[in-house]
Design a protein around this ligand. Structure first.
Ligand code: GLU
Length: 336
């Protein structure tokens, strides 16, 4: 077990705030709430214990619900994290973020920020003004993880509900419960109880300082869309994505990334036209393998391997900044 750092001079941690429910305030007497309504200073003020474990430096990068997260904020966040972690005296970065798209932002940063120092995303399922709000303890735990030297070299982490997850592995699996985050394939990065860390095995796939996408700052990302497969699917949405200018398309296929004949024909035509086609799965778990029911070699498709559709989209966007060759893109899905 690793206890929270408690030296007379606690480590410097940069807190990059983006909004989310952790900064959400309910309307008086109402059921609803507005994500990102509270400032990061108000959140920190609710957890005075933070001062004992870190010297926090706050930067408000955005103030949005994470349903409004987009590529522009990702690029800004990556640049701010990159700049912060390049400061020799800075121990780590914590990013407050809505839970809806945290898995995508986390995986993106996992691929583009070239630092072995801890980078921790944290959110909450209950607004800050709700009964038993989970944000204050999540924030305390996230800062404790980022401040701890043993959390280094593990890629971008997500902390919530006393759990530490690898950003690559984690997915939001429940609309409202505090235990929404699950890692279907490779399990937890660790546990954290009131700032005390229990770390498990490090990740095996390439990340952060070992990522080829982190060598130079990423400045632009190509359009990649996701199409969800279903019984009786037609080809129209695939054709529409191609017409809209998508350079890549991720299909949330049925089962093992499968598509019916109409969708398959549309994807095959798109691949012939140079659009990268990645087959992921709508099942929420399992590996999409090559050439089982779909002849990937013949059609020039890419199998998403372990990545869910939204993470596959992140890797495909980054991959397309380097190559459009399906074989080279497939290699990325086996490496990251
Ligand atoms: N839509 C909100 C968001 O992602 C709610 C989810 C949350 O933060 O828990 O910012």
């Amino acid at each position: 077990m690793a206890t929270p750092a408690s030296s007379p001079t606690p480590p410097r941690i940069r807190l990059l705030a983006t909004g989310g429910t952790i900064a959400g305030a309910q309307t008086v007497g109402g059921r609803g709430y507005q994500a990102g309504a509270l400032s990061i200073e108000a959140l920190i003020g609710a957890v005075p214990q933070l001062a004992a474990i870190a010297r926090l430096e706050v930067e408000q990068v955005a103030a949005i619900g994470s349903q409004d997260m987009d590529e522009a904020v990702w690029l800004k966040l990556a640049a701010r994290a990159r700049a912060a972690l390049a400061e020799p005296e800075l121990a780590g970065v914590v990013i407050t973020h809505g839970t809806d798209t945290m898995e995508e932002t986390g995986y993106f940063l996992n691929l583009v920020v070239p630092s072995a120092k801890p980078i921790v995303l944290v959110g909450a399922m209950r607004p800050a003004t709700e009964i038993s709000a989970d944000g204050p303890m999540n924030l305390y735990n996230a800062v404790a993880v980022a401040a701890h030297p043993e959390a280094a070299g593990r890629g971008v982490l997500v902390v919530a509900n006393d759990e530490i997850h690898f950003a690559r592995e984690v997915a939001k699996t429940n609309t409202t419960q505090v235990g929404t985050f699950k890692a279907t394939h490779r399990g937890l990065a660790g546990l954290v109880h009131a700032g005390r860390l229990h770390l498990y095995a490090p990740p095996v796939r390439r990340h952060t300082a070992g990522s080829e996408f982190a060598v130079l700052p990423v400045t632009a990302l190509p359009r990649v869309d996701i199409v969800y497969a279903y019984a009786g699917m037609g080809r129209e949405l695939i054709d529409a994505a191609v017409r809209a200018g998508a350079k890549g398309l991720v299909v949330a296929g049925v089962g093992d990334g499968n598509l019916n004949a109409a969708a398959l024909a549309a994807c095959a035509a798109a691949a012939r036209a140079g659009v990268a086609i990645v087959r992921s799965s709508r099942t929420g778990g399992g590996v999409v393998e090559r050439n089982l029911e779909v002849p990937d070699d013949e059609l020039g498709f890419i199998a998403a391997d372990e990545l869910n559709p939204q993470k596959a989209r992140v890797l495909l966007m980054l991959g397309l900044t380097r190559t459009a060759d399906p074989a080279a893109l497939q290699a990325l899905f086996f490496a990251y």
